[in-house]
Write a protein that binds this ligand. Sequence first.
Ligand code: 5GP
Ligand code: ZN
Length: 114
Amino acid sequence: MSDCIFCRIIAGEIPGKKIYEDDELLAFHDVTPQAPVHFLVIPKRHIKNIMELESGDSSLIGRLLYRAQALAAELGCGEKGARFVINCKSDGGQTVDHLHCHVLGGRPLDWPPG
Ligand code: 5GP
Ligand code: ZN
């Protein structure tokens, strides 16, 4: 989708600090990091949010989460862990309407969210 900022990063139309890419997934550093490690893992297919998933997408999402934890470990979060967050729509705090999993680590994080 040409008006989707993450689709434009996938297409290389705007820069993104890429960490990982394959035929169905992309991971890149968040432009406004909220922790020493803060990156996003997205499907290349434009899926608006987690509530748009269909049953056939379950293996894709499994691979997305697998990749999120593998990259978190590679970036130094293996021992102390990290937070894996998927915001959804307005109450969930989603600001970019292309499904993405945040991975935040490198410092202790508060809970619950405000
Ligand atoms: P949301 O609030 O939708 O869960 O998270 C969207 C995230 O995308 C935010 O953390 C925001 O900093 C990040 N973001 C928005 N625009 C860009 C961009 O152009 N490049 C990158 N790398 N991250 C972005
Ligand atoms: Zn998109």
